[in-house]
Design a protein around this ligand. Structure first.
Ligand SMILES: [Zn+2]
Ligand SMILES: [Zn+2]
Length: 548
């Protein structure tokens, strides 16, 4: 009898805790075509996910998705698989790259000629050079080491919502509620953990005023939760297959509003990536209600008449934001707004009453459209005044006072070679050893007190293949503090111009900016940040000057 009572109480408690099922929706507004729905940011067992590509695709198919973007961890030196249709789902291969400033998801990129790593700004530059698209992953993670930290790097997109970040910051009660109800309503139980990530959305709104930056809801699906620390996907102690790919894919999706797929995997792969690039998509929390259509259109003179159509129930609220500030709001399925004389980046959030989170997670989130001005292009680097005063450090001939420093198993050599006119330095290196030895080769040029009288270092250089060279300022007094700036080199000769204010600490330093009065050496370093062990190469360098 007592056991029955306990069971009854447990059943009632579970009933009270149970999140509502997905809301029923009216038919889509006339003229809105159904979106091409997919999931972005998925890990397979090629990195720290639990499922094979087949498992992922099967789960996506069951969830009604048309594409999945696979983002296994890597340094981009693996050639991505070609887009491929299986079970009616297009799988698109991409990569999640770890940088010093957080993780970047790189889309639409071939294999890189060298490992991509190091500072976020350099990895973004490399992704762009390779024709790719750089998205800051889980920028608002509760784990500081997983947050995106360089907001001046010219990223093309960010994850306004990341399922893996969302649940790390939840209150215990919400976690318990989600865990207990997960077996019964998995997508809705997962959605209990969502809220509106205020700080990330504020960052996004700031960036879109400068250039087009898209916002995506990212599954970050691993289908695994570490057992020991409950929640660490990288934990090797053992893991539960929770949440499953299938539940993650039913929780939310990104929805391409105008893309049409025709069954040709390569062409469709490009279509999906281009739609993301253009911001021609929105995100929907399908666990609340979905699939759902959303249209945001600008028409009329100056494209100033904004019209939002949503496949929304009558109690939904559509809010229009301009440069991050709400400017219009209405209940229902349609919003009209006259934006004449109000240029800006406009985007839409649709909310449903009773949504989880404080503040509640938006049910649908559009991407910005620009009114009264073009979508600003990627940041062009600021034009600096041309230097007028120079001091030559090397201009052909013997490299007087230069030395070589290297790890034990690596090789490095310098020689003077002929050039037109005169001569230049050839630096040759071969990195060998194990990763435990941190192989490196460094060419060390003495630098006197003159450094402090200038504000930049300039030189001309080329390499025999695409690579990155770390240029370092070292102060031997004070334990060898170093500041560095990484530069890209390839077969094309180029003039490198490195303002000292762009240098950043390498290791621990007493000051964020180089203390020029203490710098006594300038190093040209090849190490395993951007070069593989076993690789070799050569660099021609000339016209090394201080300038201001
Ligand atoms: Zn990550
Ligand atoms: Zn990830």
């Amino acid at each position: 009898m007592r056991r029955l009572a306990v069971l009854a109480i447990a059943a009632i408690a579970l009933f009270i805790m149970m999140p509502a099922g997905p809301r029923a929706l009216p038919p889509p507004p006339a003229g809105l075509m159904p979106a091409v729905r997919g999931a972005m940011h998925v890990h397979t067992n090629r990195s720290d996910g639990t499922g094979s590509i087949d498992d992922v695709v099967r789960a996506a198919s069951a969830a009604g998705l048309k594409f999945v973007i696979l983002t296994d961890h890597g340094d981009a030196t693996r050639a991505p698989d070609l887009p491929d249709y299986r079970d009616g789902v297009l799988s698109i291969d991409a990569v999640e790259i770890s940088t010093n400033d957080g993780h970047l998801v790189a889309l639409g990129m071939p294999k890189s000629p060298y490992p991509l790593a190091g500072e976020g700004r350099d990895v973004v530059e490399d992704i762009h050079r390779l024709g790719g698209f750089a998205i800051a992953a889980h920028p608002g993670s509760a784990k500081p080491e997983l947050q995106w930290s360089d907001w001046t790097a010219p990223i093309d997109g960010l994850e306004w919502l990341n399922a893996d970040s969302e649940w790390r910051d939840e209150r215990p009660w919400t976690l318990v509620r989600a865990l207990l109800t997960y077996p019964f309503r998995p997508p809705q139980a997962l959605a209990l953990l969502l809220d509106r990530p205020e700080a990330v959305i504020r960052r996004w709104d700031e960036l879109t005023q400068q250039r087009r930056v898209v916002g995506l809801a990212a599954a970050d699906a691993h289908a695994r939760v570490g057992v020991r620390s409950l929640g660490e996907p990288y934990d090797s102690a053992g893991s539960l297959h929770f949440p499953s790919y299938a539940s993650s894919f039913r929780e939310f999706s990104i929805d391409l509003s105008s893309a049409r797929l025709n069954g040709d995997a390569n062409a469709d792969g490009r279509t999906v990536i281009d739609a993301i690039r253009d911001g021609a998509f929105y995100s929907t929390i399908d666990a609340l209600a979905g699939p759902a259509a959303l249209g945001v259109a600008a028409s009329g003179s100056g494209r100033a008449h904004l019209r939002v159509d949503a496949q929304a129930p009558g109690d939904a609220t559509i809010t229009l934001f301009r440069d991050g500030m709400p400017v219009a709001s209405t209940q229902g399925a349609r919003l009209d707004h006259d934006a004449s004389g109000q240029p800006g980046a406009y985007r839409v959030e649709v909310t449903l009453p009773g949504s989880p989170g404080t503040p509640p997670v938006p049910w649908m989130m559009s991407n910005p459209i620009y009114v009264g001005r073009e979508a600003p292009k990627r940041d062009t680097p600021p034009q600096r005044p041309a230097p007028r005063t120079f001091m030559t450090l090397y201009d052909g001939g013997e490299a007087r006072g230069w030395t070589i420093e290297k790890s034990a198993a690596s090789d490095a050599a310098m020689e003077v070679i002929g050039a037109l006119p005169g001569s230049q330095l050839l630096l040759r290196f071969a990195l060998s050893g194990t990763s435990a030895d941190s192989p490196y080769a460094a060419f060390v040029m003495p630098a006197g007190a003159a450094v402090a009288m200038y504000d930049r270092l300039m030189f001309s250089a080329r390499a025999d293949r695409p690579m990155r060279l770390s240029v370092q300022l070292r102060a031997s007094e004070g334990g060898g503090e170093r500041w560095h700036r990484s530069v890209y080199l390839d077969q094309t000769p180029r003039t490198v111009d490195l303002p000292f204010s762009d240098f950043r600490p390498r290791g621990t330093t007493s000051s964020a900016l180089p203390v020029l009065s203490r710098v006594d050496a300038i190093l040209f370093v090849i190490d395993t940040v951007n070069a593989k062990i076993g690789s070799n190469g050569q660099i021609q360098i000339d016209d090394i000057r201080l300038a201001r």
